[in-house]
Design a protein around this ligand. Structure first.
Ligand code: SF4
Length: 351
């Protein structure tokens, strides 16, 4: 039996075998076989549904200096902004009116947003919109901070681990940051009862199949409810400005592999995928993705939240163009759902 069939039957492989699997997925038969199984599982747990989340990028200040990131502290060219609590709430109000039932509050690691300020924002959203899920994506914080925000009502937390390999982590981050701390944060979030999202950039500088194999092992151990998998896209004001972008094809293969590894996972067709390929989103759904996150941030700030060059923030990436997005999702054969869309626990029907 080939490695692909072995993986489909028993997804728990070792590092060498995952690297072999990635190699085997380069062939068109390999890729198609993985896609077919990924779609079978995606339909089993989620039917035709694509969940939609309203993304609110509320601060582009960050104290960190990750080498790949356009809003890193060291980028003096970035025009910085912060939304007030009232501005965040008016994004939610607009989003709620459009039908959104999940708000994702995303920002850099901005010390201005103390636990108290974040608690207030989360509490106000949950008070006004108790039927909505609040997802936070605000980086590494203390256990106590995560605890307070969970108590204030936050339901989910996105914290991409970016790479599970120590050696690779060092190539992407300055010395003061640590992979073990990042992993610890993810385990703390799980312990506190958040629905947790980890994830990686595909094709980040120095990444090999062996490193991706370590990511697969880490994801399997962590068992996150969400996984953000998008191609690396360089930003012109970062140390990685001349590095090549990650491959759409490999991203799609990984989406299928992760759907098989974690069948119940919520897997976005990311904005980076849509930025790299005009049909990236549709291709993502066909590979096993089942979530989209259009942008609900104030239009004037969207350009400023530039994590990488040419990041899409208009058309189907903009929340106010929901009708376009719906059309595109339906044309691709899926149904856009405005429900809050928690991770599945059981198959929809018997296999
Ligand atoms: S990746 Fe996140 S933590 Fe790193 S610099 Fe960018 S916003 Fe800050």
């Amino acid at each position: 039996m080939g490695i692909i069939e072995r993986f489909i039957e028993h997804p728990e492989l070792g590092k060498k075998e995952y690297a072999e699997l990635l190699q085997a997925s380069e062939s068109s038969e390999g890729r198609e076989r993985l896609k077919k199984e990924a779609l079978r599982l995606r339909r089993l747990y989620y039917g035709d549904t694509v969940y939609v989340r309203g993304l609110i990028e509320f601060t582009n200040y960050c104290k960190n200096d990750c080498f790949y990131c356009g809003i890193r502290h060291g980028n003096r060219e970035a025009e910085r902004y912060r939304l007030t609590k009232e501005e965040i709430l008016s994004c939610c109000e607009a989003g709620y009116g459009l039908g959104f039932r999940t708000f994702v509050l995303q920002g850099g690691e901005d010390p201005w947003f103390t636990d108290g300020r974040m608690e207030e924002a989360v509490r106000s959203i949950k008070e006004r919109y108790p039927d909505c899920a609040v997802t936070l994506s605000i980086g590494e914080r203390s256990f106590e901070s995560y605890r307070r925000l969970r108590e204030a009502g936050a339901d989910r937390y996105l914290l991409r681990h970016e790479t599970a390999s120590e050696e690779h982590y060092r190539k992407l981050h300055p010395a003061e940051m640590s992979l073990s701390h990042r992993k610890q944060c993810l385990y703390s979030l799980k312990e506190l009862g958040y629905q947790v999202g980890a994830g990686i950039m595909v094709g980040s500088p120095g990444q090999t199949y062996e490193e991706l194999a370590e990511d697969l092992i880490f994801l399997r151990e962590l068992q996150p409810q969400m996984a953000g998998i998008g191609p690396f896209v360089p930003h012109h004001s970062t140390p990685f400005k001349d590095e090549p972008a990650g491959s759409v094809d490999l991203t799609l293969r990984l989406l299928s592999i992760i759907r098989i590894l974690l069948p119940k996972v919520l897997l976005p067709a990311t904005t980076a995928l849509g930025t790299m390929d005009p049909l990236g989103r549709e291709k993502g759904f066909a590979a096993g993705a089942n979530v989209v996150m259009p942008n609900l941030s104030p239009a004037e700030n969207r350009k400023q939240y530039e994590l990488y060059d040419n990041k899409l923030c208009t058309g189907a990436e903009a929340a106010e163009s929901l009708a376009d997005l719906k059309k595109r999702v339906e044309a691709a054969g899926w149904k856009l759902s405005m429900e809050r869309g928690d991770a599945a626990e059981e198959p929809l029907q018997e296999n």
